[in-house]
Design a protein around this ligand. Structure first.
Ligand SMILES: NC(=O)c1ccc[n+]([C@@H]2O[C@H](COP(=O)([O-])OP(=O)(O)OC[C@H]3O[C@@H](n4cnc5c(N)ncnc54)[C@H](O)[C@@H]3O)[C@@H](O)[C@H]2O)c1
Length: 253
């Protein structure tokens, strides 16, 4: 039997490219109605057009998830358009890696605001509607890097915050039929990855137990598991989809 998400309304932040785009398309293929959020209009238009061309239903929302008023407006419009909001995938994220002494306050705020505060605003924006419906599925995208990564103090701290946010909201919302879970991707082939040099890629692949990088579909597979109508007894869980990378330290010999 396939995944049960037919006619569920799903909003995926940062879904103009990469993992978010892959997740949105897989949800659409399984019958969900899709809201594409990003801050780059051309990316939104392309993904919405792709989904419609494949026979799915989708709308775009060009808003910045670090702005609370814009986030609240996005959920209001989603519910006005589709009548409800069932699935929220908090995916939008950025990195700005530097050693701790080089990291500026601006580097810290930029990454933590998008990766953590943005998820907080989106959860708040969706939860009011989900409580009324007595149904909701939230999946927060963290990163394997929350375990620690050299030059990633801001990124790792923001992603560790996502794990704590997930576990806390799972406790607060369990009685309302809202499930909150978290996925920690390892190295995934996205535009983020395409920006790396050949040497950086070679080093990263060396640190992969499977010796390979993943793709957005690998993460979509985890999202589908968590948001399935039949996954109602699963909440507060954190899974790594990282080719085994979470099992060893980069300092291993
Ligand atoms: N690619 C990887 O190897 C990898 C590994 C671990 C975790 N992740 C996480 O997965 C998520 C997606 O990463 P990706 O590789 O697909 O990146 P990506 O850069 O391809 O996509 C992220 C999208 O978010 C959008 N975005 C940025 N700021 C935004 C804002 N303020 N509001 C709304 N949208 C915004 C960007 O325009 C972009 O389209 C991120 O949270 C990232 O930290 C990625």
């Amino acid at each position: 039997m396939g995944v049960k998400v037919k006619d569920r309304v799903a909003l995926i932040t940062g879904s103009g490219s990469g993992i978010g785009e892959g997740v949105a398309k897989r949800l659409s293929q399984n019958g969900a109605k899709i809201v594409i959020n990003d801050v780059v209009q051309e990316k939104i238009d392309k993904v919405v057009a792709d989904i419609k061309a494949a026979g799915g239903e989708a709308i775009g929302m060009n808003i910045d998830i670090t702005k609370k008023d814009q986030v609240d407006e996005m959920f209001k419009k989603t519910v006005e358009t589709f009548g409800r909001i069932d699935i929220l995938v908090n995916n939008a994220g950025v990195s700005r890696d530097k050693g701790i002494l080089k990291l500026t306050e601006e580097d810290w705020d930029f990454v933590v605001d998008i990766n953590l505060k943005g998820q907080f605003f989106c959860c708040q924006g969706a939860i009011g509607y989900m409580r009324e419906q007595k149904f909701g599925r939230i999946v927060n995208i963290s990163s394997r890097a929350w375990l620690g990564g050299v030059g990633q103090a801001n990124y790792a701290a923001s992603k560790g915050g996502v794990v704590s946010l997930t576990r806390t909201l799972a406790l607060e919302l369990a009685r309302f039929g809202i499930n909150v879970n978290c996925i920690c991707p390892g190295l995934i082939k996205t535009p983020l990855y395409d920006a790396l040099t050949e040497e950086q890629v070679a080093n990263l692949i060396k640190a992969q137990p499977m010796g390979a990088i993943g793709n957005p579909n690998d993460i979509a597979q985890g999202v589908l598991f968590f948001v399935d109508d039949d996954a109602g007894y699963v909440t507060g869980q954190v899974i790594f989809i990282c080719g085994g990378r979470s099992l060893w330290s980069s300092l291993s010999v």
